[in-house]
Design a protein around this ligand. Structure first.
Ligand SMILES: [Zn+2]
Length: 584
């Protein structure tokens, strides 16, 4: 009897709540959990089966061997990006679990997606917006699940690890693209060409009252038109609407000296990071960073609220944003110079209200030294300085085209993945080009699988230079010109040169035997008195040099015809005049 009764009861409850029960997320069943990879895929599969406005498909591989998924929510069930662009739809791309230990985006987006399909007032927001979702980007890290890798975080009970299967941080991999994840991401990004991008995270650092902190693309990097709109209209609207929902936000708490009272600064989101990568495509990026010390359910709620507030804002401004993006792309295509690196302008400081907790000091039980702690019984609301204006530090004149030797096909492949279009040389040619000689540079120790170069100095040489039939020519009057220049110009902070794609040019291939070269050098100095004078001056000035036979002979060697002309010569030609270049 009892069994029969239970069976009837459970059948009944299934019947009345079929819709919601089927689409309940693991987080909604236990708010201290975040969905696993399998649960995420199952959930979206069910939505895909249940609703014609949502589709999920596989979109390339990841280092885990499991496919990346792409979910699209489109009110009128049109899923072709080209057609949607023609219809003037704004594309919002949402990325989750790039850092799987920061998983609220995964659960928040599952809930948001279901609600977008089930709740009319939310669906109304999608009249002119299509939402593309990467439900779980770092699948590799998400499968490496544990309790404890984020030492200070307040839940969930278990979650994935930051590193991917190669132990790389995917939020540094957008340009160098060492991972299959990054290459699949670039395909998705360039297929959809999103207007707005959200990459959900959880912060570290100081304690304060806010659950949500916000990092957006540094506005100056989006240029005066698009960046100006983000700074003066879009961001203030988002802050205001979040506050109305009881989710007051603060700018991402970055680089304060000791506590936020000393002020916070904008984040220099170079292209290796998600929002910096988006900026190279003239796409507005948001990196919501919920506060790790707040309970997990509150963080999920704040993440949902932000995405809903953003959709509300975009539903009113979609036309404007698309128009401003078009202008920004046109501007990049016709500009005469491109910015390659930035620094904070500390002369331009704003003042914002910050709701924090008093930072206090007491002796540490561990070290005996004074330690910082935040007193939650002493909340405050005070004005603090906020630096969020950046200025370019490196600019370069835009050539008409770049010629990239086909030997560097790995670079060409990444550029093509990011929308850069190429022509080919139809014959061997020796055009006049500008070439860079790499001068001084510094190199960082092992970092994300590379030895990243920075503070790169170059000297320009103009000469006829030989290229081969089939070499790649990228014209700069194409929409992807910003991505092209900020990766192919070696001085750019995240250039392919900086990320070691051109290491061969830095190694000398030929030298000399000193005892043979002695006689050649002596004869050369007789014929070139100015070099002789230079050598003598250097000997006077530098006692170490004066003691070294090798250093002095090498000095003379570099002045002779025997010294190889390709050492440190960056092999990409800058074409200033397209005439007579044999192009297909
Ligand atoms: Zn993160």
């Amino acid at each position: 009897m009892r069994h029969l009764f239970m069976a009837v009861l459970s059948l009944f409850s299934v019947a009345i709540s079929a819709q919601t029960a089927t689409y309940t997320t693991p987080f909604e069943e236990n708010d201290q959990t975040t969905a696993t990879y399998d649960e995420v895929v199952d959930f979206y599969k069910k939505l895909d089966l249940g609703y014609k406005q949502l589709t999920m498909s596989e979109a390339g591989n990841t280092d885990s061997g499991k496919p990346l998924h792409e979910v699209v929510v489109s009110k009128y069930a049109e899923f072709d990006p080209e057609k949607l662009r023609q219809q003037g739809k704004l594309i919002l791309l949402i990325n989750n679990a790039i850092h799987p230990g920061e998983p609220e985006g995964v659960d928040a987006t599952m809930i948001l997606c279901r609600d977008l399909l089930q709740r009319q007032e939310l669906q109304n927001l999608l009249e002119n917006i299509v939402v593309v979702i990467i439900p779980m980007y770092n699948i590799d890290g998400a499968l490496n699940r544990g309790c404890c890798s984020r030492a200070n975080q307040n839940g969930p009970e278990s979650y994935g690890f930051r590193g991917n299967a190669q132990n790389l941080d995917l939020n540094r991999d957008f340009i160098k693209s060492d991972t299959k994840n990054a290459r699949s991401f670039a395909k998705i990004f360039n297929k959809w060409q999103p207007d707005v991008f959200v990459d959900n995270h959880t912060s570290n650092g100081a304690d304060y009252q806010y659950t949500m902190t916000m990092l957006a693309t540094q506005p100056d990097k989006l240029g005066p038109v698009l960046g100006g709109y983000l700074r003066s209209t879009m961001m203030p609207n988002l802050y205001k609407q979040m506050a109305k929902r009881g989710q007051e936000m603060t700018p991402y708490v970055n680089e304060f000296k000791e506590t936020p009272l000393d002020g916070i600064s904008g984040f220099n989101d170079s292209p290796r990071y998600s929002s910096g990568y988006a900026a190279l495509h003239h796409c507005i990026g948001f990196v919501p960073e919920t506060h790790m010390l707040k309970p997990f359910p509150n963080r999920v709620k704040a993440t949902i609220d932000f995405m809903v507030v953003l959709l509300e804002e975009l539903s009113k401004t979609n036309k404007k944003i698309k128009e401003l993006r078009k202008q920004a792309i046109k501007e990049a295509m016709r500009c005469e110079e491109m910015n390659l690196d930035w620094k904070m302008d500390d002369t331009q400081v704003d003042s914002i209200i910050f709701k924090g907790y008093e930072g206090k000091y007491k002796p540490s039980e561990v070290t005996g030294l004074d330690r910082l702690w935040y007193d939650r019984t002493a909340p405050f609301s005070r004005k603090i300085p906020y630096w969020n204006h950046f200025e370019p530090t490196v600019k370069v004149a835009k050539p008409k085209a770049y010629i990239i030797p086909q030997a560097y096909s790995a670079v060409v492949e990444l550029l093509e993945l990011n929308g850069v279009k190429f022509k080919r040389l139809t014959a061997d040619a020796k055009p006049v080009v500008e070439l860079y000689r790499i001068g001084k540079y510094e190199t960082r120790q092992a970092y994300e699988g590379h030895y990243l170069h920075h503070n790169i100095q170059v000297e320009k040489e103009t000469k006829n230079w030989a290229f081969h039939e089939g070499d790649y020519v990228a014209l700069t009057d194409q929409p992807a010109v910003r991505f092209l220049m900020e990766t192919i110009e070696p001085q750019a902070v995240d250039s392919y040169f900086a990320w070691n794609y051109f290491e061969g040019i830095l190694g000398q291939k030929e030298y000399f035997s000193p005892y043979v070269f002695e006689d050649i050098a002596a004869q050369f100095l007789k014929e070139n008195p100015s070099v002789k004078a230079e050598l003598e001056a250097k000997r006077q000035a530098d006692p170490e040099f004066a003691k070294s036979q090798w250093a002095q002979l090498y000095f003379v060697y570099t002045k002779t015809k025997y010294f190889e002309p390709t050492l440190n010569l960056y092999p990409v030609g800058r074409v200033m005049d397209l005439k007579r270049l044999p192009l297909d």
